[in-house]
Structure formats: structure tokens, C-alpha cells
Ligand binder design. Structure first.
Ligand code: ACO
Length: 326
């Protein structure tokens, strides 16, 4: 069976930085509270004329450049996002147009903060089956436009960004070993954007009550996140006959430093082997894992030959893990 490998990656974050001190001026909060409870110092905010596809395209171009392939050779583009440019067409089709990827099929995938891992698993299957040679998997979000800037419990958490990986057939036994996905729809209301869709269509009430922004039961989400991330990490390790000590780098979804520390403790995994950038970018939802991965590849921490564990958790609820022999 052909394995899929991550042949190249790219990422992009908008220029505007919103620090905790900036937020202190807008809402009743403090740098001390945000840093202590979440580990976040600042986040990036897309400019008015930047949409999710713009962020995705910048990350995608960097991945294509790193992989040394042209957009025309792409077979498939998958964009994982919770904040598409519009309901339809898909953001992936808009990305296809902006890239000039004329030979590719394109679609979006929605699994909130786990979106990248879900998309990775779909892309990987097309390579393993021999259907496609070059699949671009992108996580891209403009979370700042889903955020209620009056809600201090959530607006401190999120940021904008994009990450992309190029999947190609592996010529050796290295590559994506497995991807493990889970969801529990009975917990859909722990994190949701209730209004603006078909259940509660756009109306004056939706705008007045900001039902088109994120609602989150943070405390309950926190507890489920730690438990589920530990379980799925162990599942991914055991599927490949590995233990935590075999992993060179853990690349987790960047939701909260306290969640990451709790998961590391449970797995007896050293924190210095975790790629953490949430201090700079906050929670960028589906973008967070490929963004953290790409930064660590580019600054030389992650190298070919390393064994990686990707971990993600988000709305749905959804969660997943993947072992990659990079
Ligand atoms: N500044 C100051 N005080 C605050 C702030 C703030 N920004 N936000 C809340 N508080 C206050 C609350 O009002 C509360 O005060 P009270 O007891 O007087 O009412 C107190 O701080 C504690 O609030 P909690 O919500 O219980 O705080 P908690 O310790 O749970 O931290 C947090 C909140 C950071 C959101 C945490 O619960 C968390 O990270 N949860 C997980 C979120 C997550 O993982 N999301 C991932 C998926 S996101 C997605 O899929 C899109």
C-alpha cells in the first residue's frame, strides 16, 4: 500500500497584532488573567480586505514553493475552515481560482478546530488509493469575524491564520502512519455559532444578540478536551506500536496551555518536545496544527526522519490524532 507523506508545508498569519494589553482597553480583562488561564499573549487579526481564502492562498503558495511544484499539478484542494468566504461556493474553489490550480478538484471540510486532521485523513486516503498524486490540505480561519468582541470569556482566545501541507505518495515506508478521528454530536452545544445558518437564519435578532458569533462552555469543554486528547493519542501510538518516548515532536491544536500541559502530564510527555505557538497566535482553529507544524519545520526544529504526533480537538465535538514518520 502506498503511504502519503507530507512533502512540503507553508503558513501565513496577518500582520496586525492584537495583544492582551490592547484587549485590556476594550473589555474588563487583564494580561495576567489571559496569560495565566490560557498561555496567550497576542493574536493576529485579518485586515478588512482579507478573507479566509486570501490567508489560505498565501499559505498554499508557500507550501507549493517549498515543494517545488506548480499549482497546475495539484489534483485536489481541501480547505478545512469554520469561517468560509461565503456559504457557497466553497472556499477551496476560490482558492483554486486564485492559485490557478486548473486541474484540481476542490471542496471544504467542516470539523471546527479538528478540521485539519479530518482533512489530512481525507487527503491521505486519495494518495493511498493511488487516485491522486498531489493533494493540498489547508486549514484557514478568520476567527476574528466569528468572535463576539463584547464576550470576555471567548474573545481573548481566538486569532486568524492559515497553514497548508502538500501530500504526495511516499517512495519509502515513511509517511502518515495512521489518522484516528472521533466525534460526539451529543455535545454540539459546548462550542457553536448558533445563528446565521438554516436553524436560525440571519435576522435583526441574530445581529442584536450576536447569535452569529461563538458560544462556548469553556469549563466543560476543557475537561472533555483533556480526557479525549489523551485517549486518542494513546490510540494513535498503539496503532503504530509506539510509546510516547518514541515521539520526537507533538504538534497539538493550540487551544489553551493548561490543556496541553494536562495532556502532556497524562502521557508523561516532556513539554519541551511540544510545538507551542499559542502565545503568539491564540486559537486559530483549523489553522493551528499546520501553522505550528510549518513554523517548526522552517525554524529547523522538525527535521526529516522525525516521528510526529498530531493532536486536535474542537467543536462538534470532534477530535483526532495522527502519527507521521516525517
Ligand atoms: N478576563 C477576566 N476574567 C474573566 C475573563 C477574562 N477574559 N473571562 C472569564 N473571566 C472570569 C469569569 O467571569 C469567571 O468569573 P466568575 O467566577 O466571577 O463568574 C472566572 O473568570 C472564571 O471563568 P471560567 O470560564 O470558569 O474560566 P476558566 O478557568 O474555565 O477559563 C477558558 C476559561 C480559558 C475559556 C477555559 O475554560 C478554556 O480554555 N476552555 C477550553 C476551550 C477550548 O479548548 N476550546 C477548543 C475548541 S474551540 C473550537 O472548536 C472553535
Amino acid at each position: 500500500m502506498i503511504k502519503a507523506r507530507i512533502a512540503a508545508s507553508g503558513s501565513y498569519v496577518p500582520e496586525t497584532v492584537l495583544t492582551n494589553h490592547d484587549l485590556e482597553k476594550k473589555i474588563d480583562t487583564s494580561d495576567e488573567w489571559i496569560l495565566g488561564r490560557t498561555g496567550i499573549r497576542e493574536r493576529r487579526i485579518a485586515s478588512k480586505d482579507e478573507s479566509t481564502s486570501d490567508l489560505a492562498v498565501k499559505a498554499a503558495r508557500r507550501a507549493l514553493e517549498a515543494g517545488g511544484i506548480s499549482a497546475e499539478t495539484l489534483d485536489l484542494i481541501i480547505v478545512a475552515t469554520s469561517m468560509p468566504d461565503m456559504f457557497f461556493p466553497s472556499t477551496a474553489c476560490i482558492v483554486q481560482d486564485k492559485l490557478g490550480a486548473t486541474g484540481a478538484a476542490a471542496f471544504d471540510l467542516s470539523a471546527a478546530c479538528s478540521g485539519f486532521l479530518y482533512a489530512l485523513s481525507v487527503g491521505e486516503q486519495y494518495i493511498r488509493s493511488g487516485t491522486y498524486q498531489n493533494v493540498l490540505v489547508i486549514g484557514a480561519e478568520v476567527m476574528s469575524r466569528l468572535t463576539n468582541w463584547d464576550d470576555r470569556r471567548t474573545c481573548i482566545l481566538f486569532g486568524d491564520g492559515a497553514g497548508a501541507v502538500l501530500l504526495s505518495p511516499s517512495k519509502s515506508d515513511r509517511g502518515i502512519a495512521s489518522v484516528h478521528l472521533h466525534s460526539d454530536g451529543s455535545l454540539w452545544d459546548l462550542i457553536c455559532v448558533p445563528g446565521g445558518g438554516s436553524a436560525i437564519p440571519p435576522s435583526e435578532k441574530v445581529l442584536l444578540e450576536q447569535l452569529n458569533t461563538i458560544r462556548m462552555k469553556g469549563n466543560e469543554t476543557f475537561k472533555v478536551a483533556v480526557r479525549n486528547l489523551e485517549e486518542v493519542a494513546l490510540q494513535a501510538l498503539s496503532a503504530d506500536n509506539l510509546s510516547a518516548s518514541d515521539i520526537d515532536w507533538l504538534i497539538p491544536h493550540q487551544a489553551n496551555i493548561r490543556i496541553l500541559k494536562a495532556v502532556a502530564n497524562r502521557l508523561k510527555f516532556p513539554q519541551e518536545k511540544m510545538i507551542i505557538n499559542l502565545d503568539k497566535y491564540g486559537n486559530t482553529s483549523a489553522a493551528s496544527v499546520p501553522l505550528a507544524f510549518d513554523e517548526a519545520v522552517r525554524d529547523g526544529r522538525i527535521n526529516e526522519g522525525d516521528t510526529l504526533l498530531f493532536l486536535a480537538f474542537g467543536g462538534g465535538l470532534t477530535w483526532g490524532a495522527s502519527v507521521v514518520h516525517y
